[in-house]
Design a protein around this ligand. Structure first.
Ligand SMILES: Cc1cc2nc3c(=O)[nH]c(=O)nc-3n(C[C@H](O)[C@H](O)[C@H](O)COP(=O)(O)OP(=O)(O)OC[C@H]3O[C@@H](n4cnc5c(N)ncnc54)[C@H](O)[C@@H]3O)c2cc1C
Length: 422
């Protein structure tokens, strides 16, 4: 990027990625305007499972996954759902998704995931320090709970990948699982613990608290929808919204799954899919869990939060604008009760959110071809809460012309069109 030292930046999209980016830009001395038609952290960043997944390095698309998909689609309690009339639109994304799951591609994807995730707990603690809400992030393990003890096998490919990258793992038997998580049913006979993680006691509140910190540092919030971006001389950018036009030295695009729509207006197509997920909160649960629990047979996460016991997960492909199907959330009550026999499932709240997902499980972070001065920071799929602080740090560095001290090609905006900017 060219031009003099940037002093102003627009951050487009006030989810957790935009909020963390805005804070990092402020740390670099920029005056920041955050733009969002809604309030801060009210989309996916509000309702996720709260796993601050330091060691996460396993992409969604793994070798042989396709064999499980038909079974999942036919099972009403299965982790994947599809609106069949949406299939023709989804097909090109699916082809890329399964291509990304080839064994030869996995190690590089795993490394790129880990580079964004490793520092996350410390970075959240730094962001939250002094806000009075430091307790919103708690040290945690990620407990992968299994009914079938044979499946808790550290020799499996996924666990090998983790071990090779230094993940602190322990396989435990049923008795130790009872000690770690007394509320879990005896039907669960083994677990694998991923140690050294964090968990959010209220992901949406973390977003709101960090947003307040941003405002207290003279950050400006503009409740408006961005409709266009125009490059100006010297890497400056004109940002057009539904009610105004303003010029900034730089613009960061962090509008989650809506980022693709903004780029499309500029002739840029990126394979970003809305991978819809649901949660159900049992507001009077009667039981608590001490860690993030991955219920491996149903593939959702259970976590005790400030508002109750939240079970979150499922992947539904139906497009960005299709109305939610809250049966997908209520359905989690069955396996949740089987996991936690003492759970009171009467009082509940349900929610749907959209993960911004690329086929290779990695976000886009970096320069946008054809739009100098605009920096991409979107597409974090299942792990945006985890990757937000590091993404914000990288994006802020790029905004002031720094070269990141890490390989950026895996996150390049042009990687699906062969136009890679390392
Ligand atoms: C069920 C579920 C469970 C999950 N569990 C976890 C987990 O345990 N751990 C984890 O790390 N991640 C998890 N995730 C993923 C995580 O929630 C997302 O990756 C993350 O919230 C994405 O953040 P974001 O800021 O990119 O997008 P969002 O939170 O979607 O924010 C995007 C913002 O952009 C705004 N916007 C849209 N259009 C415009 C426009 N034109 N102009 C300006 N602003 C615009 C929107 O209003 C919105 O506020 C989960 C997701 C789901 C759905």
């Amino acid at each position: 990027m060219n031009g003099s030292t940037p002093k102003t930046a627009a951050v487009i999209g006030g989810g957790i990625v935009g909020i963390c980016t805005a804070l990092s830009l402020q740390e670099r001395g920029l005056t920041v305007t955050l733009m969002d038609p809604n309030g801060p952290a009210e989309a996916a960043s509000y309702g996720n499972a709260g796993v601050i997944s330091t060691w996460s390095c396993i992409p969604q698309s793994m070798p042989g996954l396709w064999k499980s998909v038909p079974k999942w689609l036919l099972d009403p309690e299965g982790p994947v759902a599809l609106r069949w009339s949406y299939l023709p639109q989804l097909l090109p994304w699916l082809v890329r998704f399964f291509a990304a799951g080839q064994r030869s591609r996995i190690p590089a994807i795993a490394d790129a995931m880990l580079a964004l995730h490793r520092p996350t707990v410390d970075m959240y603690r730094q962001h939250l320090a002094g806000t009075g809400h430091e307790d919103l992030v708690r040290d945690s393990m990620y407990v992968y709970a299994y009914r079938d003890p044979e499946k808790a096998n550290l020799d499996g490919y996924e666990w090998q990948l983790r071990k090779e990258r230094g993940t602190p793992l322990e396989r435990i038997d049923a008795a130790t699982l009872r000690d770690v998580e007394p509320a879990i049913s005896d039907d669960y006979k083994a677990a694998i613990l991923i140690k050294g993680q964090g968990r959010a006691l209220d992901p949406g509140k973390i977003g709101k608290v960090l947003f307040e910190k941003f405002q207290s540092r003279r950050g400006v919030f503009s409740q408006t929808k961005v409709v266009g971006l125009k490059p100006l001389d010297g890497g400056r950018v004109q940002v057009e919204t539904t009610d105004s036009i303003h010029d900034f030295d730089r613009a960061i695009l962090s509008a989650g799954p809506w980022s693709a729509q903004i780029l499309k207006g500029h002739g840029l197509t990126v394979p970003l899919e809305s991978e819809r997920g649901y949660h159900i909160i049992f507001t009077d649960p009667g039981v608590t869990v001490n860690n993030s629990i991955m219920v491996t047979d149903s593939k959702f996460v259970a976590s005790s939060m400030n508002m109750g016991l939240r079970c979150a997960g499922t992947a539904e492909f139906a497009g960005l604008d299709h109305p939610p199907d809250y049966r997908r959330a209520h359905i989690l009550a069955g396996p949740a009760k089987r996991l936690l026999p003492g759970l009171n499932t009467e009082a509940r709240e349900v929610w749907m959110g959209q993960r911004p997902s690329f086929p290779d499980n990695l976000p886009m972070i970096g320069a946008v071809p054809g739009l100098p001065g605009v920096i991409a920071a979107f597409g974090h799929g299942h792990l945006g809460l985890t990757a937000a602080p590091m993404t914000g740090r990288i994006a802020a560095g790029l905004a002031i012309g720094e070269t990141p001290n890490m390989k950026m090609a895996p996150y390049a905006v042009g990687r699906f069109s062969g136009n890679v900017h390392p």
